[in-house]
Write a protein that binds this ligand. Structure first.
Ligand code: NDP
Ligand code: MG
Length: 366
């Protein structure tokens, strides 16, 4: 039995993971769980999976580990073989570092860890012989594809994007978009933040930065293609002209389960090609400017990825509360990134300070 800890277990990825473990009777022992505010879900999952320990990273509760220190103590007292980090947002970075510092393998859904602290995280993991396995579906697909090819044979990575609910919306209509429109994702069911990010393509922007950091490809060798059916999870393009792809129904269970176990069977339904129609188109960088911003950030090679992430968290939270409109949300991110962000994200202090400063700038721009 593989011992796993799920951080952020009350969220979309956390719940998909627990459902898959039960549905597929996987050889996994759920050792411990964490949530931030949803104590009822945490306790009921804790009972259902007979876990050894629970941590509330938010409020304090009798008998539970509490706060970030509690989370670290829980990992020490109830050591898992692997941690699935399904915490949302910048807060996930410290949990990722705490995991790899202990030499524990990390199944990483929290893309913000890689976007904001990639080099520090990978270096720490190397120093402690901990493996980092991507859970984001595009990166999980690319990791699987790269495993089958010599690095020298691969020219570029091709990330697919559904295009979100506004793929076909006229530019003039964007000013009227409300949070509830943006929350209606056509193919994936996910947490609120990433659903809004899928509508603006901020999610793809984060994923371009994530792919560059995870796989060591530069901005000229990462492509994005819109694929509304979300069946092709991502591709690699080889120098000889061949393109290799991973396909399945859009269901995070595949990426999650394959990050935890080798060779699980029947994780997602078999694809039926008789009823499949796949289309692809180029992303519209005018209506979705945040995608181009990711490429600028990669070329800048400074602290602006942290600024992008922080401003986006602030702007999305304000948009979800109808404080600002869709176009203002994009503008806050763009204008925050335009500031001076020189430096390298080589220490946790620098990363935390840049995140704090970017949030301040973004809040002023609201
Ligand atoms: P959700 O918002 O659904 O869940 C977030 C989880 O993190 C919850 O358990 C939440 O606890 C916890 N949490 C929130 N804030 C904090 C904090 N400050 N400290 C500790 N824990 C916190 O998010 P998703 O499951 O959608 O996404 C999780 C991560 O996975 C994100 O980084 C996302 O980008 C990535 N991802 C998600 C995909 C998806 O399909 N959902 C696909 C690919 C990547 P509580 O419920 O108590 O608030
Ligand atoms: Mg993804």
């Amino acid at each position: 039995m593989k011992r796993i800890t799920i951080l952020g277990s009350s969220g979309s990825i956390g719940q998909t993971t627990l459902t898959a473990i039960r549905r597929l009777s996987l050889p996994i022992k759920v050792v411990s769980l964490s949530s931030h505010t949803n104590i009822d879900r945490l306790r009921s999952d804790g009972r259902a999976f007979d876990v050894e320990a629970l941590c509330s990273t938010g409020a304090e509760y009798e008998g539970l580990y509490h706060g970030f220190d509690g989370l670290e103590a829980m990992l020490d007292d109830h050591r898992p073989d692997i941690v699935l980090n399904a915490i949302s947002g910048f807060a996930g970075l410290r949990a990722s570092l705490a995991t790899v510092e202990r030499g524990i393998d990390l199944a990483l859904a929290n893309k913000e860890s890689v976007v904001c602290g990639g080099s520090l995280l990978f270096e720490t993991a190397r120093a402690h012989s901990s493996r980092i396995i991507p859970v984001d579906s595009e990166h999980s697909a690319i990791a699987a594809l790269l495993a089958g090819h010599e690095r020298s044979a691969v020219e570029s990575l091709i990330l697919t994007a559904s295009g979100g609910p506004f793929r076909l919306l006229e530019a003039e209509q964007f000013a009227r978009i409300k949070a509830r429109d943006a929350l209606a994702h056509p193919t994936w069911t996910m947490g609120q933040k990433i659903t809004i990010d899928s509508a603006t393509l901020a999610n793809k922007a984060l994923e371009v930065i994530e792919a560059a950091a995870l796989f060591g490809f530069d901005s000229d060798h990462i492509e994005v293609v819109i694929h509304p059916q979300s069946i092709v999870h991502s591709m690699i393009r080889c120098h000889d002209g061949a393109v290799y792809a991973q396909l399945s129904k859009p269901d995070m269970s595949l990426a999650i389960v394959s990050s935890l176990l080798d060779g699980p069977k029947g994780v997602v339904d078999r694809l039926d090609f008789s009823s499949l129609s796949l289309t692809f188109e180029a992303p519209d960088r005018v209506r979705f400017p945040l995608l181009s911003l990711a490429y600028d950030i990669l070329r800048r090679n400074d602290l602006s990825a942290i600024a992008f992430n922080a401003a986006d968290e602030v702007a999305v939270a304000a948009f979800l509360q109808d404080q600002i409109g869709y176009l203002e949300m994009i503008d806050v991110v763009r204008r925050t990134v335009e500031q001076e962000w020189s430096g390298t994200p080589d220490s946790l202090d620098t990363i935390i300070e840049s995140d704090r400063r970017a949030r301040e700038v973004a809040l002023r721009l609201l």
